[in-house]
Design a protein around this ligand. Structure first.
Ligand SMILES: *[C@@H]1O[C@H](CO)[C@@H](O)[C@H](O)[C@H]1NC(C)=O
Ligand SMILES: *[C@@H]1O[C@H](CO)[C@@H](O)[C@H](O)[C@H]1NC(C)=O
Ligand SMILES: *[C@@H]1O[C@H](CO)[C@@H](O)[C@H](O)[C@H]1NC(C)=O
Ligand SMILES: *[C@@H]1O[C@H](CO)[C@@H](O)[C@H](O)[C@H]1NC(C)=O
Length: 426
């Protein structure tokens, strides 16, 4: 009897409560009901009134993040499990900071999804809706689709790493309008077509385009790049190395043209890159002699022209460079090396295997060499190859044969899919 009464009372009071809630907070009831459903992954973003946010800007991005969470199709490490509640700054992968326009506010300033292997059909409607985003790093995920034009609205974005994902389509041109972009890494995707020449006019510090399907003649604007690191390897870039490359002499430190389809003779302006530590144009279709101007690459450690159609003498002056660790000319058609270069061969620095150098081991057959030289070969301006556009003193003192270290070489790290480059560059 008593229990029945209790039950009735409980029911009545709940109905009353329900009723008064409906009158006072018609919305909150709906939200409460929502809260209790068991599968948050299926529910639309919660209306954030019930959550208390540390800052209005976090309340604004909360539904954006929840919507993105709902389109994630794979999350092997359970990262998105932490994307609950109002403490957005504590979600795994998200970092908050004071936005430049209001130093008392808190906003999502940085996202680091490196290596999380998240899969989503698009980033559209996600990063382009986080107005205070300054860094987005997503190396080794499975994001796909094309890059939304809306990305152009991210006024603070300065580092974008989309490397090793499944992005398709043309080069993401919306990036060209980002005012402060300094780091762009889109290597290891399936981008096709051409790279807009304008990208070399941006004030970038690092540009990694390697391992895509870009097909195009290198534009003259390449010489306008302010990048320290420029990696174009493993694409289908064609045409000659632009002479304008000489204009990058104050900044360019590591450049990889490796594994493309570049043709023509090497412009003497390459020798103007006095800051260059790595210059790698291996496995292309470059021809002509090596310009003596390379003598001016005072800092050069790795100089690679292996696997081209180069010929002539290896200039002795180039072999005088004291910081060379790996100077590879293998698989060309060089015919002569002098004593300075022979010393480098002995030191294991210079590699001239598979050339046409009489008296050295591991050379091409006489027939092969004869066949190559049967065709008349020349460069447009033969006099350029003897220009040495710097003051040359005695041979540089060789710093004792250094062990070849790829550790600090950012450009070669870019050739590994999973490497996160921002760590190196900064
Ligand atoms: C932040 O998240 C971790 C788990 O991801 C949790 O243990 C911790 O309590 C959270 N901190 C705050 C302040 O909410
Ligand atoms: C700056 O942010 C704080 C915290 O969100 C806010 O209270 C304040 O109104 C903002 N100031 C301006 C000028 O928007
Ligand atoms: C460098 O740029 C200037 C103009 O900015 C141009 O006149 C010059 O030809 C360029 N140098 C090279 C080597 O392209
Ligand atoms: C030197 O460079 C060539 C061409 O990139 C490369 O194949 C070779 O492994 C390098 N040598 C060393 C010792 O790393």
């Amino acid at each position: 009897m008593a229990t029945n009464f209790m039950l009735i009372f409980k029911c009545l009071s709940q109905i009353f409560l329900l009723f008064s809630l409906l009158i006072c907070f018609p919305n909150s009831l709906v939200v409460c009901h929502h809260d209790e459903t068991e599968s948050p992954a299926q529910s639309p973003p919660l209306i954030p009134q019930l959550l208390t946010f540390a800052d209005q800007r976090l309340a604004v991005v909360y539904p954006i993040i929840q919507t993105f969470k709902n389109i994630i199709t794979s999350d092997p490490f359970g990262i998105t499990k932490t994307w609950v509640g109002s403490d957005v700054c504590n979600y795994t992968g998200f970092y908050c900071d004071k936005p430049p326009d209001n130093l008392t506010a808190t906003a999502v300033a940085s996202i680091d999804f490196n290596g999380y292997q998240l899969a989503a059909p698009t980033l559209d409607g996600f990063i382009d809706q986080l107005p205070d985003l300054a860094l987005f790093h997503a190396n080794s995920n499975k994001f796909s689709g094309i890059i939304s034009p809306k990305l152009a609205s991210l006024r603070y974005l300065y580092e974008l790493d989309l490397s090793n994902n499944n992005f398709l389509g043309p080069f993401p041109t919306p990036l060209l309008t980002l005012p402060g972009l300094t780091f762009l890494d889109i290597r290891y995707n399936s981008f096709t077509g051409t790279v807009p020449p304008m990208i070399f006019m941006e004030t970038l510090d690092a540009l990694f385009l390697n391992n895509n399907n870009f097909i195009q003649t290198l534009p003259e604007s390449l010489g306008s790049t302010t990048a320290t690191f420029l990696v174009l390897a493993n694409n289908k870039f064609t045409g000659p190395i632009p002479r304008s490359i000489g204009n990058t002499s104050e900044t360019l430190t590591e450049v990889l043209f490796l594994n493309n389809l570049l043709t023509g003779c090497i412009p003497y302006e390459v020798g103007l890159l006095r800051k260059a530590v790595v210059f790698d144009a291996g496995n292309n279709l470059l021809t002509g002699p090596l310009p003596c101007s390379l003598r001016c690459l005072e800092k050069i450690e790795v100089l690679n022209f292996a696997g081209n159609l180069l010929y002539g003498k290896v200039p002795e002056v180039v072999c005088e460079l004291g910081n060379l660790v790996n100077f590879s000319l293998s698989d060309n058609y060089f015919t002569y090396v002098g004593p300075q270069c022979r010393k480098l061969i002995e030191d294991g620095v210079l590699d001239v295997r598979n050339n046409c150098i009489h008296g050295l081991p591991d050379q091409r057959s006489l027939e092969e060499c004869a066949l190559f030289f049967l065709k008349p070969r020349s460069c447009l301006h033969p006099s350029w190859f003897t220009i040495i556009p710097c003051e040359v003193h005695a041979p540089q003192k060789r710093t004792s044969p250094k062990r070849y270290s790829k550790r600090k070489l950012v450009s070669y790290a870019a050739l590994s899919r999973h490497r996160r480059l921002a760590d190196y560059v900064l």
